[in-house]
Design a binder for this molecule. Structure first.
Ligand SMILES: [Fe+2]
Ligand SMILES: [Fe+2]
Length: 186
């Protein structure tokens, strides 16, 4: 499927604000893919599909996780569920077979230790695309120009600090493991 066709399909699946965010993630990922020499096509596909499951109901997300034997996610915040389900949908409905693309979608919210360059790019692009305004985002936009690992480390530190204010018990273990792993780059 051509990228333009896929864009139209994704557009039909998302509210306009989320589609705008998705286009922001696509353009940020394209720049990072060129800068850090990963496949432009992989970055475009992963970015375009990363939030494809964002507007499914929790019941539907739960069902998808159960049928894919990914029930561990159900122990943690439903806010994370759309990421692994996005990877399932990318494979089942968009016929994406490339495991690196699928993992970049699956881990875009939590991160994980030792991510591939594509995984880091999607994780960061989701956090820094032009529509994002959270505190500290500008310093990550600068870090991303110098060192991807440092940018990932700062993103995780900010995320863990933010989530800890709410409910630490709810932080997904992949996020905590990623934070411990990338802490060395801070
Ligand atoms: Fe997301
Ligand atoms: Fe997103």
């Amino acid at each position: 499927m051509k990228l333009e066709e896929l864009k139209q399909q994704v557009k039909g699946q998302l509210p306009s604000k989320r589609y705008e965010h998705t286009l922001g993630v696509v353009s940020t990922s394209e720049k990072l893919a060129m800068q850090y020499q990963v496949s432009l096509e992989s970055a475009q596909l992963a970015a375009l599909l990363h939030d494809i499951a964002k507007y499914l109901s929790n019941d539907c997300l739960k069902e998808k996780l159960e049928s894919a034997n990914e029930t561990d996610y159900l122990k943690y915040s439903p806010l994370v569920w759309h990421a692994p389900v996005g990877a399932i949908i990318a494979r089942e409905e968009y016929h994406i077979e490339n495991l690196d693309i699928l993992n970049a979608i699956k881990y875009h919210t939590t991160g994980r230790p030792n991510m591939t360059t594509l995984e880091k790019i999607i994780f960061l692009a989701d956090y820094i695309e032009p529509g994002r305004t959270q505190p500290g985002v500008d310093s990550i936009r600068e870090l991303v120009q110098q060192d991807l690992n440092m940018a990932v480390a700062k993103t995780l530190a900010d995320t863990v600090a933010y989530l800890s204010q709410k409910s630490k018990a709810d932080i997904h273990p992949d996020t905590l493991a990623a934070y411990e792993y990338y802490y060395q780059y801070l």
